[in-house]
Design a protein around this ligand. Structure first.
Ligand SMILES: [Zn+2]
Length: 129
């Protein structure tokens, strides 16, 4: 499985940038614990989704849950809050079009605060981890 995350640059909304093509995408967890995928152009300016399709699967120890996603102004968001029990793995699949080959991203969902970069642990940009 193709798994890529961009560690060196933090997402503009405080999340983790995913190395998607052609548009950049950011995984971010909202204050309501909803997972959001936001799209950006090459200059990291927010762009509305076009033909992309996104799936988000949470994998807590209680069992994996495929979350329903809804379209938002600049991407997608889960309809419901992420399940409790983090840290756990979250798998994000982004397709440029519904028929395209998916780009897969595995994230460790840790909502703790990193003292080093003042970001959430799942979006930490410190080089030491
Ligand atoms: Zn950090």
């Amino acid at each position: 499985m193709n798994t890529k995350t961009l560690l060196s640059v933090g997402g503009p909304a405080g999340g983790r940038l995913l190395e998607t093509e052609p548009a950049r995408a950011e995984f971010v967890v909202s204050a309501e614990r909803k997972a959001e995928i936001r799209f950006y152009d090459a200059a990291l300016k927010p762009v509305a989704p076009t033909s992309q399709a996104v799936t988000i699967t949470a994998e807590p120890t209680s069992g994996r849950v495929k979350l329903e996603v809804v379209r938002t102004e600049f991407g997608f968001a889960t309809k419901d809050a992420l399940p409790a029990g983090e840290p756990y793995r979250v798998v994000v699949q982004v397709r440029a079009t519904p028929e395209a080959k998916p780009q897969n991203f595995r994230l460790d969902l840790n909502l703790g605060h990193c003292a080093g970069c003042a970001r959430a642990e799942y979006a930490c940009t410190c080089e030491s981890h």
